[in-house]
Design a protein around this ligand. Structure first.
Ligand SMILES: NC(=O)c1ccc[n+]([C@@H]2O[C@H](COP(=O)([O-])OP(=O)(O)OC[C@H]3O[C@@H](n4cnc5c(N)ncnc54)[C@H](OP(=O)(O)O)[C@@H]3O)[C@@H](O)[C@H]2O)c1
Length: 241
């Protein structure tokens, strides 16, 4: 089996994925992020999520998925969704669940909630962290186990991931998505460069540059100085550049 494991979440400025009622509010929904997320899931071989994190998109019924639940013991086809396997990780490994779902390779998209993200924290090739800097959800549900008090960036850093250049998803609300990848060295302030020119829609950027959003993350984590205001992230959508 050969998988590429990617995580996807959008969070508020205080690191929440849902409000105090454990519901993702409309204030955290943005057309650009929705589009980015839909395109990503369309290229996934398998989607993994908890019982309350189904993505509810037009193509959802066609996608293969693992739905985590403690209510079953053995791997089971979901009686309500023929493309879905019910999986209890206490009783079957991820590889066994993939074999049951008849998926042997490709991109696996892990889409939440927090405990599900946590389960894969040491296995992500890339974690795509979307951030809505003008939304706050006090008392909400943190995106990862340990958030709060920690911020999402600290959790990803603690698990060996480093931020790449962010992409702009929504210019009006300054929503960005940053790919966090395993390994690499800590970015230095001297290495600060503007986001690279985007070359292909959702193709991940491989240039190890930081720009203003991720550098702010690093400022929070490493107490570095803020980046210059001129460094702006590029749009991830070719047509909105
Ligand atoms: N902002 C975003 O990008 C984003 C992303 C994802 C989710 N959300 C939102 O955040 C909220 C997440 O809800 P949630 O915290 O309830 O998360 P969830 O992971 O969707 O659902 C929790 C349920 O999943 C199952 N589960 C989770 N971890 C498990 C494990 N290790 N083993 C077995 N089963 C496990 C359990 O189901 P059983 O009770 O059946 O055992 C548990 O009750 C939802 O409102 C969702 O819309 C937002």
């Amino acid at each position: 089996m050969s998988f590429r494991i990617e995580g996807y979440v959008i969070v508020s400025a205080d690191g929440m994925l849902a409000d105090a009622g454990r519901v993702m509010p409309d204030s955290l929904k943005f057309e650009g992020d929705k589009r980015f997320f839909e395109q990503a899931l369309d290229r996934a071989a398998l989607i993994v999520h908890g019982r309350n994190s189904h993505e509810q998109q037009p193509n959802s019924a066609r996608r293969k998925r693992l739905i985590l639940t403690r209510k079953i013991r053995d791997l089971t086809v979901d009686p309500e969704m023929p493309n879905a396997t019910l999986w209890n990780p206490e009783h079957a490994s991820f590889e066994e669940a993939c074999a049951f779902a008849d998926v042997a390779s490709g991109m696996v998209a892990v889409i939440g909630g927090p405990v599900v993200f946590d389960l894969f924290m040491d296995r992500y090739d890339t974690f795509w962290l979307s951030e809505a800097p003008h939304v706050r959800l006090p008392g909400g549900e943190g995106c990862f186990v340990g958030v709060p008090p920690r911020m999402p960036h600290e959790v990803l850093t603690a698990h060996g991931m480093r931020p790449g250049a962010p992409y702009l998803l929504d210019a009006v609300h300054e929503v960005t998505v940053t790919p966090w990848r395993r390994g690499g060295s800590l970015p230095a302030v001297a290495a600060l460069t503007p986001a690279p020119t985007q070359t292909g829609k959702t193709t991940p950027c491989t240039v190890p540059a930081t720009s203003y959003r991720s550098t702010y993350c690093w400022c929070a984590v490493l107490k570095l100085v803020p980046p210059p205001a001129s460094a702006k992230p590029a749009s991830i959508f070719a047509e909105t550049r």
